[in-house]
Every structure is written in structure tokens, then in C-alpha cells.
Design a binder for this molecule. Sequence first.
Ligand code: PLP
Length: 360
Amino acid sequence: IFNFCAGPAMLPQAVMQKAQQELLNWNDQGVSVMEISHRSKEFIALTEEAESNLRQLMEIPDNYHVLFMHGGGRGQFSAVVNNFLGDNGKALYLVDGSWSQAAVEEAEKLAGKDNIDRINIVESIAGKRQVVIPELTQIDKDYRYVHYCPNETVDGIEIFDNLNSPWPVIADMSSNILSRQIDVSQFGLIYAGAQKNIGPSGLSIVIVRDDLLALPCLPQSSIMDYRLAVKNDSMYNTPPTFAWYLAAEVFSWLKSVGGVAEMEQRNIEKAKRLYACIDELDFYVSGVAAQNRSRMNVTFQLTNSELDGKFLAEAQAAGLVALKGHRMVGGMRASIYNAMPLEGVDALVTFMTEFAAKNA
Ligand code: PLP
């Protein structure tokens, strides 16, 4: 089976096998990692290694904190507002798809519409959706931050260039963190729900530059307070320990296969093969301009949408599961995160080629 689910997504097989082996007896403790105190020295050692590995993998500078928090991606939609806009501060949201749209709606709800500006940055050019970002340095406003989503999971749109921004940049990297090398120093804050490239859902990773935590704020929710999370080493309340453990295993696995640079090369190759199939066969079409095609979430349509059901049923029978596009956009979506091997993409390409030949 190759699982193309957008999230919760497949995890590396080696990690799942190891987790299965040590489920009932972790680290010779005689109990599961789920059953020990988060304050035990064994668990603290796990968290320290996880943070150190993530810092190495992403080359996170020392002036950034790494937090392991609750609440997934949406939890962070609230947290950023809670932490930076509590005293009527203003923020700019760039909207390039469904998740950045959801983020701006949450910000408006919490901070009030008057404090939130938004700019839609996706245009339809020659029938393809393309990201067009206005010159942010020309905007004469005092925003606390600009928020955007570099990989829109539902829409299959990815932004590869960094923003040229006069304000701290906050990025929702839920679906492309660790998929390619980035320069963390270009960001004020990066967050990600874990359930694509990191581990189980519910956990969120936050990487935040320390000077941002000196900004004035009136956080209303303690559990969403970055300053409290820093002070308590992400253990202000009981953390999602099993998710943290699996994330730690995924980071170790990533290091063992060559780190983010190696993963990026694999992801480029996987995406290249799949988009080539879509472009070469008249049977399929991608609605996204070449420069903004996501390497993680490949969205496409069948030119004859009446065959959608047949395509999905036969794919499933061939062991290629969860290819249905998000209910808001329809069509197909193949999510090919870090854990998806090249063989999975090759199997999908073979299936798509044969399906097109049989049904043309
Ligand atoms: N942001 C992005 C880019 C996502 O893909 C998702 C979910 O898939 C979310 C936010 C929301 O994450 P969660 O369901 O963990 O709140």
C-alpha cells in the first residue's frame, strides 16, 4: 500500500517499525513511553535530543527558541494572535489558499477586523493559478508581523522564494517543513502542525526568534503563551508525550538518511516525475503554474471528471490510497511528503499512465 493521505500522513516505515517494537517497553523502562512522567530524566533526555536534532536538521540559529506545543496548525492560528496582537497591534495576512484563508479568519475573530489586513496573492494567469506578491516594502504600515502559508496543502500551491518584508515573517509550514532547506533567519516565527512531515497530529512545532518575545503583548491564554512555553521548556502543562517521542524518532530517521538536503533532492525528483506524467498525458491537468507547484501536495484533475470515481476505485484496488482531492476543491491530490518513497510515486505514475491508455 502507498498512502497518499494529506494528513495525518504516512510516517517513515522504519520509524513505525521501531515504535511498534518498543511500544510496551521503551528504553528498557518496562513500560511504554506513554506511561512515564514527562519530567523523568529519560523523557527529558528524549526531548533534548529531539530539539538538538531538529536544530541540526534545520540549522536553527541560537537566537531562536524551539517549542513543542499542543493544538496542531490551527492552535497556532490563535497563538500568534494571542502572543503578538493582544494590545491592538496590527498584522498583515497574505492569502494564497484555504489554510491562509482560515488563518486570517481566526485572526480577525480574535484581534478584530480593524487590526487585520489581508492581501490575496494568487492570480489566475493563462488559466493557471500563480502567486503574485506585491512589493511589501512599499506598504507604509506598522504591522507586528506578516503571516503567510508557503505550502497550501489543499490547493497544491507552494511559494519557494522568501518574502521581502519589512516586518517579521510568520510562516505556517505545516505541510512543507523539513521538505527542503530554508534559511530560518529569514523568519520571525515558523510553525507546523506535526501530522505531515513530523509525526502524529495534535503536536505543533514552533520556532521563534527571541526578540519577538519581547514585543508587547497581552496573551489571554496561558497554554498558547510562547513566553510561558519557553520558561517551562514546553512543559507548562503535560505535553503530548507520545507525539513528541515519534517526532524525535522521525528527526533521527531524517538524520540517518542524509538530512534535509538529501530529502530535498528526493522530493524534487518525486515531484518532477509526477508532474511530468500529468503534463505529458492529455488525460490529466494541473491548474497551478509551474513555479508554484507544490512538491508535497500534487493536485490535478482528470480532464473527464466523470471518470473520477473509477480512477479512485481502481487506484485503491492497486494499493494507491487516499488520492481524492480535498472536498473544497475536488479532483485528485497526491500528497508525497518525506516518508513517501520514490517507488510510491513510480507506482502512481505507472497506474495513471495505464489508466489513461485504457480509458482514453
Ligand atoms: N495549516 C496547514 C498548511 C495545514 O495543512 C493544516 C492541516 O492540514 C493546518 C494548518 C491545520 O492543522 P490542524 O488540523 O493540526 O489544526
